[in-house]
Ligand binder design. Structure first.
Ligand SMILES: C[S@@+](CC[C@H](N)C(=O)[O-])C[C@H]1O[C@@H](n2cnc3c(N)ncnc32)[C@H](O)[C@@H]1O
Length: 255
């Protein structure tokens, strides 16, 4: 019989902390920090849709329904460009950003006044709930940041709990092991709990080789996001811009 191996919880904690620490120590050329951020069309292009509408259209609909205080959190916000532009274009939005390291000094001169209005916080993604303790958001976005987190599903779970009821999160490049045929099963599993999820692949031509998905989730009946995944007793190291990033690997455990 195959001997079962488990990852020790203290090792999981150590890997998460190490990931936050490495991200804090990053030094990057400015051009690599905000890959998006020329205008809000980037949000529309990069983030997945929810229910046929893109992120910006959801903001517009929220404001049209009478909300005058729409809270948005950008997880792994880089220089905070997107948050700043959101506040520029929608005065009803209060934009918060979180980054392991403060990249605001790399901002282009013309945006430096705008960024002062953004609620920019420095902290590790795996401690998201401590950085924003007790705060709730209408929308949470993450662009090109989940791929750097050692334990992306743990962060996803925390982010879900920070959504207001009917709040929506839009995430690109979430690394989970998921095959095309498993997608409807996973969506169905969440639907049964009253949680609406859309999953698609950012690079459909590479489905066989990539485990990276785009995902949008609305917080509905369930206050928690059930995750049918188990840790694998393995840590993968991935290279990004010369940085070595640890990532815990998962196994899907659909019934
Ligand atoms: C490549 S930048 C993406 C910036 C921006 N979202 C964009 O689309 O251009 C990655 C961002 O994720 C943040 N990040 C990476 N790992 C992190 C961690 N463990 N905790 C908090 N932030 C992290 C970095 O500090 C940086 O702000």
């Amino acid at each position: 019989m195959e001997k079962r191996r488990f990852i020790n919880p203290s090792l999981i904690r150590k890997i998460r902390n190490e990931s936050d620490q490495r991200a804090y120590e990053w030094t990057f050329p400015a051009k690599h920090i905000n890959t998006t951020g020329k205008n809000l069309d980037d949000y529309k292009r990069v983030l997945p849709k929810f229910g046929g509408r893109n992120f910006v259209e959801h903001i517009e609909a929220k404001i049209a329904s009478g909300s005058s205080n729409v809270r948005v959190l950008d997880l792994g916000c880089g220089q905070g460009v997107c948050s700043a532009m959101l506040m520029r274009d929608f005065p009803q939005v209060k934009s918060s950003g979180m980054s392991a390291r403060d990249f605001r000094p790399l901002l282009p001169e013309n945006l430096s006044e705008l960024i002062k209005r953004v609620d920019y916080r420095i902290g590790g993604a795996h401690r998201l709930n401590e950085v924003f303790a007790g705060e709730r958001f209408d929308f949470i976005t993450a662009l090109y940041s989940f791929e750097y987190f050692a334990d992306p599903l743990a962060v996803l779970k925390k982010a879900y709990r920070m959504l207001k009821p009917e709040g929506i999160m839009f995430i690109n490049n979430l690394h989970i092991p998921l095959k095309l045929k498993e997608k409807p099963l996973l969506e169905e599993l969440w639907k049964k709990q009253g949680i609406n999820v859309y999953i698609d692949w950012p690079y459909p031509e590479h489905i066989a080789e990539r485990d990276s998905v785009n995902i949008s989730i609305m917080r509905d009946n369930s206050p928690r996001l059930p995750l049918p995944f188990k840790y694998n007793p393995r840590v993968n190291y991935v290279e990004s811009f010369g940085h070595k990033i640890p990532r815990l690997s998962y196994r899907l455990t659909l019934p």
